[in-house]
Design a protein around this ligand. Structure first.
Ligand code: SF4
Length: 448
């Protein structure tokens, strides 16, 4: 670990799940623009759907999601009616009946829906769109609230992938993040899901949590691998208490420093690699026969708001409060405050409140950043063949020089490569191509 590199390149940068990134969305893109974008979706397009369920049984103090705690089913049932209405409205606005290639249920805790409500929404989607025969239906699961009955209901409704939140198996860390989840509870959820036919599983782990040590992260990665998921994600905790007030419950003195975070991430990555997982991009690991590894080998790995994906759909439709959708030339986001979202849908209007229309330069830079985030390399001339006289991205090549001199990246003609030493600083290499970053006021989490 080189403290100088950490100081120079470990600072705050976006996670690049989109480009331009969400802090640059603005209120000039609203319901009218969304209506036009939907009207332009062609019948032959493959769609990806994201449904956001902004409810949880308890608040984890590290949480960075749009969610709130509910103790009764009433608000969830009301919300399901809004999602149904929104699905109908969006389907009405799209000409034809394009195929859905992927559905991702995120949150919050989607498995808090009743089995009848979940199955009802899935049936509605199948009625209003056509489902591709190979469609992936993925659900985020909180093992603390999953029941065996719900696991069976998810399988029966067509779910074929599940992602389970774990973070760390050590009780001291769990106490410090307000998420008590014994190993046996996670193992039981894995068994239930597999028993229900949901065999494609992902486990989410985190480093950089309060009171967490390298040994905790290593032990958690080892135990998680024992459960045999085909994917694991290892996210760095993003401490952003100015955006997420509940994170103030985490004592800053308990947080590991930058060098400890670096050591945790690298130790867990080595452990998972030794356990047979392939390293995918910044923070994912998958078995060689998993879709992510296959897509990586084929050069078609993608990155979207849910992270890395093998999903090839060209249009992502977001449903629910705060949900983000993407089109080739635009991003749109629904109202984040629950009441604003609910009012719009009840009034029969789309709830899109902000977004961004992507011009040619945005799309070009977005492709460069996505290839770097996925493949850790990109051919700059291949993506920008008509950049005029001289080599494309001249100013960026100058900005890359210090990273190249420090051994984090290499430029061979037009091929830019992030070196193994540079992988932890991948977001900082991508930031060189981000023209919005310098002028923005958004505060980001640290790169490492
Ligand atoms: S279960 Fe997930 S979404 Fe809910 S509070 Fe915890 S981390 Fe956030």
């Amino acid at each position: 670990m080189d403290q100088g590199l950490l100081d120079r390149y470990g600072g705050p940068v976006p996670r690049y799940t989109s480009y331009p990134t969400a802090p640059h969305f603005h209120d000039g893109v609203g319901a009218g623009a969304y209506r036009d974008l939907l009207a332009a979706v062609s019948d032959g397009e493959r769609l990806s759907l994201y449904l956001h369920v902004p409810f949880c049984a308890e608040m984890c103090w590290y949480c960075g999601c749009h969610t709130k705690v509910v103790r009764r089913y009433g608000p969830i049932a009301d919300y399901v009616r809004l999602l149904e209405r929104e699905v109908e409205m969006v389907a009405d606005a799209i000409p034809g009946r394009p195929a859905v290639a992927q559905i991702h249920w995120g949150g919050g805790t989607p498995s808090m829906l009743s089995d009848a409500d979940f199955a009802g929404l899935m049936a509605l989607i199948a009625r209003r769109f056509s489902m591709a025969p190979d469609a992936e239906v993925a659900v985020e699961i909180d093992p603390r609230t999953l029941t065996k009955e719900m696991a069976c209901a998810l399988g029966a409704a067509g779910v074929n992938r599940a992602s389970l939140g774990v973070q760390d198996f050590n009780i001291a860390v769990q106490l410090a993040i307000n998420r008590i989840q014994p190993y046996d509870m996670t193992a039981r959820a894995v068994d239930w899901l597999r028993g229900a036919g949901i065999v494609r599983l992902n486990l989410d782990l985190m480093y950089g949590l309060p009171r967490q040590t390298v040994m905790d992260v290593l032990r958690s990665a080892d135990l998680a691998a024992d459960l045999g998921p085909d994917r694991l994600a290892l996210f760095g905790y993003a401490h952003v208490p100015w955006m997420k007030r509940h994170q103030r419950l985490i004592a800053e003195d308990d947080l590991p420093g930058a060098s400890d975070r670096f050591a945790q991430a690298e130790a867990a990555a080595d452990m998972l690699t030794e356990r047979g997982y392939r390293r995918i991009g910044l923070d994912h690991f998958s078995r060689a026969d998993d879709d992510l590894a296959i897509a990586l080998r084929a050069g078609r790995l993608r990155r979207n708001f849910q992270g890395y994906t093998a999903d090839s759909a060209s249009v992502l439709l977001g449903f629910g409060a705060s949900a983000i959708g993407s089109f080739d030339n635009a991003y749109v986001q629904n109202a984040v405050p629950f009441g604003d979202y609910a009012d719009a849908i009840r009034n029969g209007d789309f709830a899109v409140r902000r977004g961004l229309l992507r011009g040619p330069d945005d799309r070009l830079r977005g492709r460069v950043i996505e290839r770097l985030m996925c493949d850790l390399q990109v051919d700059l001339a291949e993506l920008a063949p008509s950049a005029g006289a001289g080599r494309p991205f001249g100013p960026e090549r100058a900005l890359l020089k210090p990273l190249i001199d420090d051994g984090l990246a290499a430029l061979d003609g037009d091929r830019l490569r992030v070196t193994p030493r540079g992988r932890p600083y991948l977001r900082s290499v991508c930031a060189v191509f981000d023209t919005y970053l310098a002028g923005g006021t958004a505060r980001h989490s640290r790169a490492v």
